[in-house]
Design a protein around this ligand. Structure first.
Ligand SMILES: Cc1cc2nc3c(=O)[nH]c(=O)nc-3n(C[C@H](O)[C@H](O)[C@H](O)COP(=O)(O)OP(=O)(O)OC[C@H]3O[C@@H](n4cnc5c(N)ncnc54)[C@H](O)[C@@H]3O)c2cc1C
Length: 381
């Protein structure tokens, strides 16, 4: 399908990003998967190329382009199955909190480093006892003079080890009624006494993504690191979740396209009973069904991107995309793996890793069940 949302400049940018990803990331994926982390140098390299925070104005140290450039970076990483390189989380999920809700002083302090890849960011909402029910978090940040004293534990935090700045959701008013009105966002800098990063978590997929626990023990965070208003944290998170869900949709759609393309090639090359397996009617039907779903997914997503960039309220549609595109990728990855037979079960095959990477997509950024709850509400149910 010809895509209409990109300009010639975007296309040229994509060509450069693709060449860079193929050169700087693809040859090292296995090493980084072993290490469960990507090197910090990669971030600086990306920053120097203008591949981080593409949408950020030059005045704040960004490349001064638009969100579609971020979309291209996200798509090219997904195409190359660079599943541990969390540029999207940084550039298009966490940094926008600093950009939208930070004071000028905070922005001056942090944004240029974020765009250069010198400051890597993370967001810490999830706790061992609660994920979907964000208002039930137990981490507290109690005001004491010019500081908040932060106590609590977070888990499953992406960029958890690499991060220099983490936006932490904490209760500044643990007795607030309703509970979500007591949630605030604090920016905690790595190295602050009382902030400890826990172990790197071993995962079934996305193995080079550093996912970690975090501990805060009487961690004194300056009041000047509060983002926005005290008690506004829940609303800020809700505002920005639309783009986070959209990024999941983008990654899943691109991954599905690339998995399918790879599988079509394999089916044409692999022979059984004296002919390519692509000549069996079952193979053709399944590949056609998947190609149809992928095509439908692309149309829906590109429409959604156009509306999102235009600033329209697409809350319902982004939740639809998040659950549908992640489910679709999992169906496609599972069926494609089947065509690889025993090779599909071998970790040295890309299809196997793609299948494992896909599994988390229906879980993080709000589970698919939570997405359907939001859509149901939007439908007035
Ligand atoms: C690889 C990875 C990276 C992550 N990165 C981050 C990160 O950077 N920052 C961060 O803060 N978090 C992160 N998370 C956490 C992730 O967002 C949570 O795991 C997710 O929101 C679900 O929370 P939970 O695991 O506590 O599951 P729970 O909330 O305990 O849910 C368990 C099950 O119950 C279902 N459920 C819950 N409530 C309802 C309901 N009302 N109706 C129907 N079903 C319901 C859920 O859909 C799910 O199937 C990450 C997770 C993973 C696996």
């Amino acid at each position: 399908m010809e895509r209409t949302l990109f300009t010639e400049e975007h296309d040229l940018f994509r060509k450069n990003v693709r060449a860079w990803v193929d050169r700087e990331i693809v040859p090292f994926r296995d090493t980084w998967e072993e290490a469960n982390i990507v090197p910090r140098e990669l971030w600086r390299n990306a920053g120097a190329q203008g591949y981080l925070c593409c949408w950020m104005e030059e005045a704040w140290g960004g490349p001064g382009a638009d969100f579609l450039y971020s979309v291209i970076v996200c798509e090219e990483l997904a195409r190359a199955r660079a599943s541990g390189v969390a540029f999207g989380l940084h550039s298009d999920i966490v940094v926008p909190y600093l950009h939208s809700f930070g004071t000028d002083e905070q922005k001056r302090r942090w944004l240029p480093g974020c765009a250069r890849g010198e400051l890597i960011t993370a967001v810490a909402m999830t706790e061992p006892s609660t994920g979907s029910d964000l208002a039930a978090i137990r981490t507290t940040a109690i005001r004491d003079g010019d500081h908040y004293v932060l106590n609590g534990q977070k888990t499953f935090i992406s960029n958890g080890h690499l991060c220099d700045l983490v936006v932490v959701a904490a209760k500044t008013d643990p007795r607030a009624d309703p509970p979500h009105s007591g949630v605030s966002l604090l920016v905690v800098e790595a190295g602050t006494p009382g902030f400890n990063k826990g172990r790197l978590l071993k995962k079934m997929g996305m193995k080079s993504q550093d996912t970690a626990e975090m501990y805060f023990e009487d961690c004194r965070v300056p009041v000047k690191n509060l983002l926005g208003d005290e008690g506004g944290g829940f609303y800020y998170l809700m505002q920005k979740l639309q783009q986070e869900r959209l990024l999941v949709g983008i990654g899943c759609q691109t991954a599905a396209e690339s998995v399918l393309e790879m599988t079509v090639r394999y089916c044409q090359e692999r022979t059984a009973f004296g002919k390519p397996i692509s000549h069996f009617q079952n193979t053709q039907f399944r590949l056609v069904e998947m190609a149809t779903e992928v095509e439908i997914g692309r149309h829906f997503l590109d429409r959604l991107l156009i509306d999102h960039v235009a600033g329209k309220n697409v809350l319902k549609e982004t939740c639809m995309s998040k659950w549908w595109h992640s489910d679709m990728l999992q169906r496609v990855a599972d069926q494609c793996l089947q065509f690889y037979g025993g090779y599909g079960y071998m970790l040295e095959y890309e299809i196997c890793k793609a299948f494992l990477d896909a599994r988390v997509q229906s879980i993080f950024a709000g589970t698919n069940e939570i997405m359907k709850i939001v859509v149901a509400r939007q439908m007035g149910l």
